[in-house]
Design a protein around this ligand. Structure first.
Ligand SMILES: [Zn+2]
Length: 105
């Protein structure tokens, strides 16, 4: 199997979803090909780092905000950015949408 064919097996390999013959082909190829061996190790490190982050907790009021945004009384956001702005807290702004005064400058 060539490098392109082996690279397609990286993800199934890291998920433990390769067959016996695929595993043998992978092992044989990576013993001879430093580039694929390094690429697979890098992919494995990335997967481990992502797994170590753990699940991120959704904000407590996200379900309510999504119901409001999805209700027929709410006008459709014009863009994905407008949608995100509608469901994320106003950073640096008070409840009226005005900028918070900055003290101690
Ligand atoms: Zn290779």
């Amino acid at each position: 199997m060539n490098c392109a064919g082996i690279k397609k097996l990286f993800s199934p390999y890291l998920d433990g979803r390769v067959s016996g013959s695929e595993m043998r082909a992978l092992t044989r190829h990576m013993q001879q090909c430093a580039a694929c061996s390094q690429a697979c190790a890098a992919m494995q490190r990335t997967q481990q780092l992502l797994a170590s982050l753990g699940p991120k907790q959704a904000p407590a009021d996200l379900a309510l905000k999504l119901r409001v945004v999805g209700s027929p009384h709410f006008s459709k956001p014009s863009s994905p950015q407008a949608f995100l702005q509608a469901i994320t807290p106003n950073r640096g702004r008070n409840r009226c949408g005005r900028r918070r005064p900055r003290f101690g400058r």
